[in-house]
Design a protein around this ligand. Structure first.
Ligand SMILES: [Zn+2]
Length: 415
């Protein structure tokens, strides 16, 4: 076996051959002269052989994944060919995408590493600088997503997420059936979400959306009702429960402010107890909460009872009785003379028709919350993003609707 053949086998090079090699920079870099099989000269679009017109006088260089600490480069002078269908084109390069300066498997490693570790670690493994890595990542992801169309979107979820240390917001659109992110947009204003519906979806696609889920933000509610004529909007259970919990907590805070030193002792540790769902409470917790009534903290007790009663709403099966329950609950709650609860009642009354459909389709943004957890991990790993591009790239890579690494030609992957 010749030494070039040996290197070819060692580096798992299959669809092209190695003609020679040199070491540079005190053996830190390995430069390989490569050549497509059977003299190449294929048209990159139709893969038919073309007539060679000229050869580039300066060789092009591609970077490959490092091997045993050595940086590997491929060099080759691509030729210009004439294809009968596509005219003058540069010949097909089997090891890299056209115009790319790195090989397919470098791109593949880049994507896999970036989705599982910090960018700093990925840059170290690939022996490139962090800024080069994020540039390359952006280029690869933009290229693989080019011309990508959202397919078969039936259940839409919309939420916002903060980045840049909570100073900036992005709107995220989910496909709740397939549990993935279909779109990331800058800002959380109505222009952002409007641009999604008008640019990313056709009129036919918008009509096909049967249900939508979002928080109580007027922007998102308005957008779904405006753009999706056939969709049933359901407000997200998670956000409703959160709003009620906050209202109950507001009552607790008020009492805390009023209480003296002795009474404050009785209120200690109540915060998390009040947040807990009844099914997660121990008997002692319930006892502690019941003792509030006897202890004179009747306002907190009342708020707690109301909160517990509201939990029943999520178990209804019939829309009519769910609506009746909600009306009754609102009436009782309004008599409670608790300001924060009354504000919550106002919200519920306003959105009753957007809450009741829940009992039928049981739609929540729970999937989205799960995805958001992954996004948070990605965000923490990068220790903040300066711009949305870098953040959106990683969202598309980790929880997007397209399997981005699979878009890279697989012929010589082998990580
Ligand atoms: Zn062609």
């Amino acid at each position: 076996m010749s030494i070039c053949k040996f290197i070819q086998k060692l580096l798992n090079v299959k669809s092209f051959s190695i003609k020679g090699f040199t070491f540079h920079n005190w053996y830190k870099e390995l430069w390989l002269d490569v050549k497509p099989f059977k003299n190449g000269a294929l048209c990159p679009q139709c893969m038919r052989r073309g007539k060679i017109i000229s050869t580039l006088d300066k060789p092009r260089v591609w970077r490959d994944i490092p091997v045993c600490g050595r940086i590997v480069f491929f060099t080759y002078c691509p030729r210009e060919i004439f294809c009968r269908t596509h005219g003058r084109v540069q010949e097909y390069i089997p090891w890299a995408a056209s115009h790319a300066r790195v090989t397919h498997r470098f791109e593949y490693s880049l994507l896999i590493y970036s989705s599982i570790m910090t960018q700093k670690a990925a840059a170290q493994l690939l022996k490139i600088s962090q800024s080069t890595l994020s540039d390359l990542l952006h280029r690869v992801i933009t290229r693989t997503r080019q011309g990508h169309k959202i397919k078969d979107l039936k259940t839409i979820g919309i939420d916002e997420i903060s980045y840049c240390k909570g100073h900036k917001y992005a709107t995220i659109v989910y496909d709740l059936d397939r549990s993935c992110v279909v779109w990331v947009g800058k800002g959380k204003a109505s222009e952002t979400i409007d641009s999604f519906f008008s640019n990313e979806l056709s009129r036919y696609q918008r009509k096909r959306i049967v249900s939508g889920c979002c928080d109580m933000s007027e922007t998102f509610i308005g957008a779904i009702e405006k753009w999706c004529p056939n969709a049933t909007l359901v407000l997200d259970r998670f956000h409703i429960v959160k709003a009620l919990n906050e209202a109950v907590d507001e009552v607790r805070k008020e009492e805390w402010r009023k209480a003296d030193k002795y009474n404050r002792k009785a209120l200690k540790g109540l915060r998390w107890l009040l947040y807990r769902h009844s099914s997660n409470r121990t008997e002692e917790d319930t006892k502690a909460l019941k003792s509030l009534y006897m202890g004179g903290n009747r306002r907190i007790h009342r708020a707690w009872i109301l909160k517990d009663e509201f939990e029943q709403f999520w178990d209804f099966k019939d829309q009519g009785s769910a609506k009746d329950f909600l009306d009754d609950w609102c009436k009782t709650a309004n008599k409670s003379r608790l300001e924060s609860i009354k504000t919550f009642v106002k919200t519920i009354r306003k959105h009753t028709h957007r809450l009741v459909p829940f009992v039928k389709n049981r739609l929540t943004n729970a999937v989205a919350e799960g995805i958001n957890r992954v996004i948070k991990i990605v965000k923490n790993r990068a220790s903040g993003f300066r711009n949305l591009h870098a953040f959106a790239d990683l969202i598309y890579l980790t929880v997007g609707d397209l399997d981005i690494p699979a878009q890279i030609p697989a012929r010589f992957h082998a990580l």
